[in-house]
Design a protein around this ligand. Structure first.
Ligand SMILES: [Zn+2]
Length: 120
C-alpha cells in the first residue's frame, strides 16, 4: 500500500472509530432518558392493534403502545375483565391502528401544539 493511500485509510478509519464512539455515547444517553421517561410516565393514553382471528393466535394478540413514552406491550391473553396487559392495562385506548401504523409510534415525536381558539 502506498504511503498516501495508507494515510487516507488511517484518517478515514480513525474518523469512523471516533464517530462510532460518539454514537455509542449518545445512544447510551438516549437509553437512560427513555428509562427515566418511562419510569415517570403514567401511560395515560395508548394506541392499540386490533384483535385478529387466526390459527397463530399468539402472534395476533393485540399490542398497545403509550403515545407519550413509547412503552410497548403485547397482550398475554384474556381472563375475566383483563385485556391481558401489565403496565398498559388501565390506559385509555385513543386509537386502533394496523401494525404498520402502530410501529410509527415507537419513534418519539413532538406533541402537536394545542390549537388556540380562532377569533370569530
Ligand atoms: Zn408512557
Amino acid at each position: 500500500m502506498q504511503a498516501n493511500h495508507r494515510s487516507l485509510f488511517d484518517f478515514l478509519r480513525n474518523k469512523i472509530i471516533s464517530q462510532v464512539k460518539k454514537r455509542n455515547r449518545v445512544s447510551g444517553q438516549i437509553n437512560d432518558l427513555m428509562l427515566l421517561l418511562r419510569k415517570k410516565c403514567l401511560h395515560e393514553e395508548v394506541v392499540k392493534t386490533p384483535m385478529q382471528e387466526s390459527d397463530e393466535a399468539k402472534n395476533q394478540l393485540p399490542k398497545r403502545i403509550c403515545i407519550c413514552c413509547a412503552l410497548e406491550e403485547q397482550a398475554s391473553g384474556f381472563s375475566g375483565m383483563s385485556h391481558g396487559f401489565n403496565k398498559l392495562e388501565k390506559s385509555r385506548v385513543v386509537k386502533e391502528v394496523p401494525l404498520a401504523e402502530f410501529c410509527k409510534y415507537r419513534e418519539l415525536r413532538p406533541f402537536k401544539k394545542l390549537q388556540e381558539p380562532q377569533p370569530v
